[in-house]
Design a binder for this molecule. Structure first.
Ligand SMILES: [Zn+2]
Length: 204
C-alpha cells in the first residue's frame, strides 16, 4: 500500500475499512475482473497475471463461480488492487476508467431487467439495487424530477470502489433504464473526512 497519513489512494482511509471481511459480495463480480483483463490486455497477459497471484487469489481469479453465490468483499478488492498494480502502474486516472468499466460489465447480467424500468424507478430503489451485489448496506434515495440523490449507509467501500465503482454503476443503471446525458457526482465521501458517502445523478 502507498500510504500517507493513513489515507491510501486505492483503499482510502485505512481505519474505516473494517467492512472488507464483514461484507460479502456476489461471486459474479469476480468473473467480470478476468473478462476485463482479457478484453483489455489479452489472454496471455491474463494468464501471466494469474500465475503471479498468491494461491488463494489465483483460484478466485480463475474460477467461474455460480453467479448467485457470495464471497468476502476483501477477495474482490485484493484482486482489483493486484490488477491496478500490475496493469496500471498505480495510476489514479486508470483506476477511474477501471471502476466504471467493471461497473458496466457487472451490470451486464441485469441489463435486460433495467431496460423494463425508468431511471426514476430504479434510482428511487437504490437499496434494492445494492442488495443485488452486497450482503450489507442500505441506500436512502430521493428522486425529484431528473435528479437522484443517494446516501450510502451501514457499509464502507474502499475508496476506489466508492468513488469510481459505485459512481460508474449509478451512471450505467441510469443509462440502461433510458436516461441520457447522464452525470454522476460523489460530492461527499467518508474517505475525504465527510460523515457519509453521497451520490448525485442528473439525466435528461
Ligand atoms: Zn465515498
Amino acid at each position: 500500500m502507498t500510504q500517507s497519513s493513513g489515507v491510501d489512494l486505492f483503499w482510502g482511509a485505512l481505519e474505516k475499512l473494517s467492512d472488507l471481511d464483514r461484507v460479502r459480495c456476489k461471486a459474479n463480480l469476480l468473473s467480470t475482473r478476468r473478462r476485463y483483463v482479457i478484453q483489455r490486455w489479452g489472454k496471455d497477459a491474463s494468464e501471466h497475471f494469474s500465475a503471479s497471484l498468491p494461491e488463494g487469489l489465483r483460484r478466485s481469479y480463475e474460477s467461474t463461480p455460480m453467479p448467485f453465490t457470495w464471497l468476502p468483499m476483501r477477495r474482490l478488492c485484493d484482486i482489483d488492487y493486484a490488477i491496478w498494480q500490475r496493469f496500471m502502474n498505480g495510476s489514479v486516472d486508470e483506476m477511474r476508467g477501471f471502476g466504471s468499466a467493471v461497473a458496466s460489465l457487472d451490470l451486464d447480467m441485469y441489463r435486460a431487467f433495467f431496460r423494463i424500468g425508468t431511471p426514476e424507478f430504479f434510482l428511487s430503489r437504490g437499496g434494492a439495487v445494492l442488495r443485488l451485489y452486497f450482503s450489507e448496506g442500505a441506500i436512502t434515495s430521493v428522486v425529484e424530477g431528473r435528479v437522484g440523490r443517494h446516501v450510502l449507509k451501514d457499509i464502507v467501500f474502499p475508496a476506489y470502489m466508492c468513488r469510481d465503482g459505485i459512481s460508474g454503476y449509478v451512471d450505467c443503471v441510469t443509462r440502461a433504464s433510458g436516461g441520457r446525458e447522464v452525470r454522476v457526482a460523489h460530492p461527499t465521501c467518508v474517505h475525504r473526512g465527510d460523515a457519509e458517502c453521497t451520490y448525485e445523478v442528473r439525466w435528461s
